[in-house]
Design a protein around this ligand. Sequence first.
Ligand SMILES: Nc1ncnc2c1ncn2[C@@H]1O[C@H](COP(=O)(O)OP(=O)(O)OP(=O)(O)O)[C@@H](O)[C@H]1O
Length: 621
Amino acid sequence: MPAQRGRSFYVPRHLRQPDGTSFFPASTATFPHSDLPSFVSPHPPLNIPPRSRPSRARRDGTTPGPRRLPYGQIASPEHDLNNQEPLDEQGAADAEGSKNGSVLINLEAYEDAPVEASGADIPAPASSFDEIDLLESMNKNISRCKYEKPTPIQRHAIPIALAGRDLMACAQTGSGKTAAFCLPIICGILRNGVSNGKKPASRIACPTALVLSPTRELSCQIHDEAKKFAYQTGIKIGVAYGGAPFGLQVRNLERGVDVLVATPGRLVDMVERERVSLRMIKYLAIDEADRMLDMGFEPQIRQIVEQMDMPPAGARQTLLFSATFPNDIQMLASDFLSNYIFLTVGRVGSSTELIAQKVEFVEEKDKRRRLKDLLHARQEDGHHGKRELTLVFVETKRGADVLESWLFQNGFSAIAIHGDKVQVERERALRSFKRGATPIMVATDVASRGLDIPHVAHVVNFDLPKCIDDYVHRIGRTGRAGKSGLATAFFNSKNVALARALTDLMKETNQEVPCWLSECAEQSFDGNNSNGMSRNHRGNKFGGHDFRRGPKFGNKRNTFQSNYDYSTSIDDYNPSYVIDSNGNPANCDYDIATAQEEGAFGGQSFGNGLGYGSVEVSGWD
Ligand SMILES: Nc1ncnc2c1ncn2[C@@H]1O[C@H](COP(=O)(O)OP(=O)(O)OP(=O)(O)O)[C@@H](O)[C@H]1O
C-alpha cells in the first residue's frame, strides 16, 4: 500500500544543500519504493489461503490457532506456536541442505573473492576435503553434513590450523567459518588421542579446546555444529552459557568434555567456582573475535585468556575468526596470538554480492507504514508462499517490543528477541522463527552475529546501526551458504554518519546506490567525519589487510605487548602470498599514504565511539 507516495518530507536544516534543496528526495515518489526486490526466491511458492482479517493474538503465540497462515499474517485472534505449520517438507529438506545427496547451495559464489594470507611460512591451501588430512571418521561426518567441497575460507584456514599455526581469519558472513575452526580442532584432538577432558579423580572439567562466542544462541549453534563434526569420534562437545541452569550445565561437563563452547560470563563463573579448569587447553577459538575484543567484552576475554590457568600463547593454538576485523581490534587480538597468519577472503569487513541491498529514505514516523508495505509487497509478489523469514533489526530492546506489538496489532505474526528477555523466551522466539511458525522476528543486535537460519530471505534494517561492521553482520543473516538474499535499510537524517561507509560497501558489492545517498555521502564526508566507517576501511577493493602491514609497521612502539613470550614481532613479519580471484599470485602492497589518511591504526583511539556502542541495548552475554 503506497501510503507515503506524494507526501513531502521535512528536511532538517543541517541536511539541506546551500541552495535550500536537500540531497534527500523531496518525496517518496522518487524513491525506489515501487522498485521492490527483483530478488528471486530460491524456493518454489506454496498454495497459501487468502489473507484473513486478524483481530488479536497473544504475543508469545501459545494459544490455539489456524494451522496454515499467509506470510507473517495472523488469520485468527489467537495462534498456537506449537500448532502452527512449520516449514513444509521441501523446506525441511532445504534446511537439511540436501537433495539427491548433494548440497543445494552455490559455493561458486564465494570463489570470486580474492584471498590474501600474510605471515611467515604459510601452509598451502587444499582444493578438496580429500586433500586435507582429516581423519576417516571426520570425512564421514563431512559427507553426512553434505559438504561436497570446502569453501575458500575452509580451503585455506583448515590446512593452516592443522599445521598448528595461530590464525586471525576474516571471511564473509555465511561462508563457512564455523567448520573452518571446528574441523581442525576436533581433528587435532583425535590425532593426539581423546582425553574426554576430566581431571582424574575430580569433578573439575578440563577441556582440551575452548570456543568462545558472544551470545548464548550462537554458542548453542556452534555446539550443535561441532557435535555433527564429532559424531561417532568419541570427542565430547560441551556448552556453557548464561541464563540456563548452572547446575545442569556443570553436571553435563563433569561427565567429561573435550571441546567446550561457551559465552564469556558463564565460563568465568564456572572457572571461579572451580567447576572448569582451563589448564589443559590446547586450542582456543574465538568466533566473532572483533566483537569479543571490543570494549564490552575485552576485559572478560583478557581475564579468561591471560589471568586464569590457560596456557599462554605459543603453548596453545589460537584461532580468531570474524567477517569484520577493525585495525585497532586486530592489534588487541595480536596479544593472544603467537607467530600468526592473517588470512582474508575478500576485503576485511566486506559483504557478499549474494545479498541484494536496497536503501530507502524513510522518516522515523513513516517507518512502520513502510515496513507494512514491504511485508505486504512480498506477499503480493508471491514470495510469501514458502514461509520465507523476515528479520527486522531495531536499535533498542524497548523498540523491539513495541514493534512486535504493533506488528501483531496489524495482523502480522511476529516475535521479538533481545537481551532483556529471559533465556527461555529467547530460545522460544528463535525456535518459532526458525521453524517458520512466526515468520517475522524483530531483533536487536543480539541476533546480528553468527546465527545461521536457512530461510531468512529478507533482512530489514528498520533502524540502521551506527557502525558499518554491524550492518555487515546484520545483513549477513540472509544470503548465506551460496543462497541469495535481500536486505532493505530505512535511512533518514539520523543515519547521515553512515552514508559514506554504506555507499562504499554497496559499490564494492556492485549494488545500485540511490543518487540521494551518494550525494549525502559526499556532502557528509569532510575527511573528519568518519563515523560509521569500519576502522580498517581503506577504500581498496582488492583484498583485506593485516594491520601489521600498516604505516606504523616497523615502529617499535607497536611491537606486540603481552605477558607471554611472543616470537612474533614486527621484525619477523613476512607477507607470503596474495592470490587474486583467478587463483594467481597478485601484488597487494599496503598503501601507506591511504592508511595514514584513514587512520589505519594508531590514527583512531580505542575509545572513539565507533565500536559496538549498542552493548547496553543489544543484550550481549
Ligand atoms: N563446505 C560446505 N559445503 C556446504 N555447506 C557449507 C559448507 N561449509 C559451511 N556450510 C554451511 O554454510 C552455512 C554457513 O556457515 P557458517 O554459519 O559457518 O558461516 P559463517 O561464515 O560462520 O557466518 P557468520 O559470519 O555469519 O558467522 C551453514 O549452514 C553451514 O552448514
